[in-house]
Design a binder for this molecule. Structure first.
Ligand code: C2E
Ligand code: MG
Ligand code: MG
Length: 593
């Protein structure tokens, strides 16, 4: 009965105990010594039956740590899961030609090592160099000792699989059990549930004030609550420092279960100790057993719990779209960094002209970054800039843009094109104390007068750290660089705040501009923005002008400049130069006519 399906399961059970090829251990050796003494025999071993060998976890009187499985009596013990006694190997039809017999072994007695699931792992055996018999009481003792070996094996296995604080099986066990579930060939969908007890900062605050015992207490209370909620027949696992997992019963609908699980949540510690705010979040991950890797199932449930945190919705079901958003964000961040460090040739700048409303002339352009990813294609700045702005890459990115924009501006000035170029600056850049000097050096290097460079900042960027920003803006001002407030109207800044800013230009956000012509209200709004800006001596630019009608309204409202697809889309440097020449042509024709 050695081969086939059972043997595969038996081997799998052995593998999962992670015993093979581990170092000797005194707890096993003690049992082996006792067995050898009991029989008064020189050789004893805890012998495990691997696919091709008998491997000795513990041994006395044997040099090598394994022998071939073929014709090994221990293999018979493992396969039959019964006590085997061979009074004289030389007289045995099967074992007279075995390796042991050729080495002079005559007597063998082995008791099986059987797991709780009934798999025979190997034997506890004693061997002698003389023929011998074994008494009933000797064999009972040997069987008892084999059971002690098994208890030890299971104990060791459980150790490292049960969390000492919560008393619950840990993540490894969760993974193993999910694997087991996957071996079951039925197709019902299951739901993994992850309970995340608290936000990381809640934990670290609590620990700081009340010591590490704080988390232990919280974990113990939560473990008990969850265990009680699940009842005696379902297992909860302790899968992370303050995270628990369990499976929903089969055949429940995820959205129905969302409500059920809410009850579990209600019983969880909230401000468990001394009024500390602890807010749990729960993620549900539906999965098909055997089709998804256990670690992925846990990650999906975790991702849903994170979504729950982000949304302040206490229970969320895993959505692959949300997960994909995160995965893509992460990929973009990583690969943007690589592209930047590899010299930036996946990036380029495009230029969108700014038009003087009274003359129709191009007064300058805004430099906008473009990223062509070798596999993903063009990634829009509205996607990558917000990601990059939250990382340390913000500094290098702005450096790259400034270097290239000012370099280009230097070239144009040398060619006699006296343009002003606007560059977008991120909020994070305002924290860089050396930004002004870096810009000044670039301007010197490329022989550009500071007043031809305009830096665009959004209201919210300026507001983020207003003291620091004010210092930085004044420094730019002293350096002679122009300043523009971008996306005006979308932020929260008060009008009185705007008044304090050392700005030159206000760019009214496209969301207001595109409404012009649809009614009186948008016009009123834009009109007041323009008037206010003029009172503060700022030039006003309308962003995102797409139609001649809107351009005309803006002109009548007194808007100074405009930018938008009506005039030109952002273009590469060469295309922009041709566009410039053509528009100069148009203007001179207009003057001539
Ligand atoms: P922004 O600074 O407000 O730039 C204007 C955006 O509006 C540009 O989008 C431009 O292509 C688009 N636009 C211009 N005219 C029209 C129009 O008529 N209709 C419509 N629908 N759109 C128009 P883009 O290039 O996709 O950039 C988006 C945002 O990304 C920028 O908004 C800016 O906040 C940021 N960004 C772009 N390049 C850079 C950069 O080099 N550094 C930083 N920090 N941010 C950048
Ligand atoms: Mg801009
Ligand atoms: Mg804008």
């Amino acid at each position: 009965m050695s081969a086939g399906h059972n043997e595969a399961e038996r081997l799998d059970a052995l593998m999962r105990l992670r015993l093979l090829d581990t170092p000797p251990s005194e707890t096993f050796d003690r049992i082996t010594r006792t067995a050898s003494k009991l029989f008064g025999l020189p050789i004893a071993a805890v012998s495990l039956t691997d696919s091709e060998r008998q491997w000795f976890k513990s041994r006395i009187g044997v040099e090598h740590d394994s022998i071939p499985r073929d014709k090994a009596p221990c293999a018979e013990v493992a396969e039959t899961r019964r006590v085997v006694v061979i009074p004289d190997l030389m007289a045995d039809s099967c074992y007279s030609t075995s390796l042991l017999a050729t080495q002079g072994v005559r007597f063998y007695a082995g008791a099986p090592l059987v797991t709780r699931d009934g798999h025979g792992l190997g034997a506890l055996c004693v061997l002698g160099v003389e023929p011998r018999t074994a008494s009933e009481s000797e064999l009972t003792a040997l069987t008892d000792m084999a059971e002690m070996v098994m208890a030890q094996i299971e104990l060791q296995h459980a150790f490292g699989r049960v969390d000492p604080v919560s008393g619950l099986p840990n993540r490894l066990q969760f993974f193993d059990d999910l694997m087991d579930l996957g071996r079951d060939p039925n197709d019902t969908q299951r739901i993994a549930v992850l309970v995340d007890l608290a936000r990381i900062e809640q934990i670290s605050n609590g620990t700081r004030v009340m010591g590490a015992g704080y988390v232990d207490d919280m974990v113990r209370v939560a473990a008990r609550t969850i265990r009680e909620a699940l009842g005696p027949n379902r297992l909860a696992y302790h899968v992370g420092a303050t995270q628990f997992a369990f499976l929903a019963p089969p055949d429940v609908d995820p959205s129905d279960y969302q409500d059920i699980v809410q009850d579990v949540l209600d019983g969880l510690p909230k401000g468990a100790t001394d009024g500390f705010m602890v807010t749990a979040a729960i993620g549900l991950a539906p999965f098909s057993p055997g089709k998804t890797e256990p670690s992925v199932i846990l990650r999906m449930a975790h991702s849903a719990a994170l979504e729950a945190r982000g949304s302040r919705d206490p229970v969320r079901i895993y959505s692959s779209e949300e997960d994909q958003v995160h995965a893509r964000r992460f990929q973009l961040m990583r690969e943007f960094g690589t592209a930047l460090h590899e010299g930036g040739n996946q990036f380029k700048l495009v230029f969108q002209p700014r038009i003087d409303m009274s003359t129709g002339d191009c007064t300058g352009a805004e430099a906008l970054m473009r990223w062509r990813h070798p596999l993903l294609g063009a990634v829009p700045p509205s996607e990558f800039i917000p990601i990059i702005e939250q990382t340390t890459l913000a500094r290098e990115t702005t450096n790259w843009v400034l270097e290239n924009a000012i370099g280009q501006l230097g070239t144009w000035h040398a060619e006699g094109r006296q343009l002003t170029l606007s560059v977008n600056i991120s909020a994070a850049n305002l924290e860089e104390t050396d930004l002004v000097q870096r810009i000044q050096l670039l301007l010197l290097k490329h022989r550009v007068r500071p007043s031809f460079l305009e830096l665009e900042l959004t209201e919210s960027a300026v507001m983020r750290n207003s003291e620091r920003s004010m210092w930085q803006l004044n420094a730019f001002r002293s350096a002679g660089v122009r300043l523009a407030i971008d996306d005006f109207g979308t932020g929260q800044s008060s009008l009185s705040y705007l008044q304090k800013l050392p700005m030159d230009v206000v760019k009214i956000d496209r969301s207001f501009i595109k409404e012009l012509g649809t009614g009186a209200k948008p016009e009123l709004l834009v009109n007041s923005m323009i008037n206010l800006s003029h009172e503060l001596n700022y030039r006003v630019v309308g962003e995102g002008v797409e139609t001649a009608e809107i351009a005309e309204i803006l002109r009548q409202l007194g808007c100074d400049e405009a930018q938008g697809y009506l005039f030109a889309k952002p273009m590469g440097a060469a295309e922009f130069e041709s566009w410039l020449s053509a528009s100069a042509e148009r203007i001179s024709q207009r003057i001539a006519s």
